[in-house]
Design a protein around this ligand. Structure first.
Ligand code: NCD
Ligand code: ZN
Length: 336
């Protein structure tokens, strides 16, 4: 059995910098037509110069002229409307991190004072710059996303013309919130479609499956699966592929992030095939994102075939992917 995917898009990708970028960029560029690149570098991407320079570094490492890095800025409440207008052509979205909730998010938003955030959110709304949000509170780890839903609702209600993307949703609560507000959208990762907290910590601890937000309960995964498998029109694939060197994962104080980009399409094909939903995969990995973000990425066709594929133990001698050393039922035959 064979399927062809046109312009696969990854709507949430951590490409990092330097060695990680050299390893990750060519891998994403091989099978994806484009990716929304997260700005949580150290220091975060907050200026036009930094966006443009980062984009150049990505293109330099991607070694694939048909790959489009869609850039993001790290949200700051002191951006002026003039600044946003001048940077608009260089970015596709702005990513908001609550302070300290995940990797390199220390410079994020403290508290959610809508009065403080309003000027930037109004300007984004007017300029039609979507807001991508890492929606977690500082509460108990399993409840952080659910506790954040009222904040999403407040944002959605107060800024009805602002497109708000709930990034890497992990709960049934978030799936349900999607349909309550016209301007709420979501990305779903590969790993949250496959795993629950049991896979991370139910047996021997699996550091390579540890990420933020943490994987949740079986009923949460079921709700995510249902939305993805039917390619709910407000849902997009966003891998949240987040490489860390092996020594940062297999360590006390394990870094959060699962590396999935190079095996994502193969594993998605396996999952959609298993559930008899292969016909919807094109919408989940590309068409919905094209509509939501109004983008027209370069043409690319990725052909996958149902043949056993042995996942590498490591990439670039330092990053361990999800399913490392295991077998997936689908492999990429050609991409171009
Ligand atoms: C991401 C990273 O490492 O940059 N980590 C993660 O666990 N997902 C940041 C993020 O998206 O939360
Ligand atoms: Zn992320």
């Amino acid at each position: 059995m064979v399927i062809a995917l046109n312009e696969p898009l990854d709507r949430h990708l951590h490409l990092r910098d330097e060695k990680m970028l050299e390893i990750g960029a060519p891998l994403s560029a091989e099978t994806f037509s484009g990716a929304l690149v997260m700005p949580n570098l150290v220091p975060p991407v907050t200026t036009q110069e930094a966006v443009v320079a980062y984009r150049e570094r990505i293109l330099g490492c991607a070694k694939n002229s048909s790959f489009t890095p869609y850039m993001t800025l790290f949200f700051r409440s002191d951006y002026t409307p003039q600044f946003l207008e001048s940077v608009k052509e260089d970015i596709l979205a702005i990513k908001l991190y609550p302070a300290g909730v995940t990797t390199n998010s220390d410079g994020g938003v403290e508290g959610f004072d809508l009065i403080e955030l309003a000027p930037v959110l109004e300007a984004m709304s007017e300029l039609q710059i979507p807001l991508c949000v890492h929606g977690e509170t500082g509460g108990f780890v399993m409840d952080r996303e659910s506790e954040f839903i009222p904040i999403y609702e407040k944002l959605a209600k107060n800024f009805p013309d602002l497109k708000i993307v709930m990034e890497h949703i992990t709960t049934k609560d978030a799936v349900e919130a999607l349909d309550r507000y016209e301007n709420l959208y979501a990305t779903i990762t590969l790993h949250h479609l496959y795993i629950t907290l049991d896979d991370v910590a139910g047996g021997l601890l699996q550091p390579h499956l540890f990420c933020k937000p943490i994987a949740k309960r079986p009923e949460d995964r079921a709700a995510l699966l249902q939305a993805a498998l039917k390619a709910h029109p407000k849902v997009m694939f966003g891998s949240d592929s987040a490489p860390h060197p092996r020594e940062a994962k297999e360590a006390p104080g394990c870094a959060a992030g699962v590396f999935t980009a190079p095996i994502a399409l193969q594993a998605l094909a396996q999952l959609f095939d298993k559930h008899g939903a292969l016909d919807n995969l094109q919408r989940f990995v590309s068409d919905n994102a094209k509509n939501i973000y109004s983008i027209n990425p370069p043409k690319k066709e990725v052909v996958l075939e149902k043949t056993a594929y042995l996942v590498p133990e490591m990439y670039g001698g330092s990053v361990v992917p999800m399913f490392a050393g295991g077998t997936l039922e689908w492999r990429v035959v050609s991409a171009g």
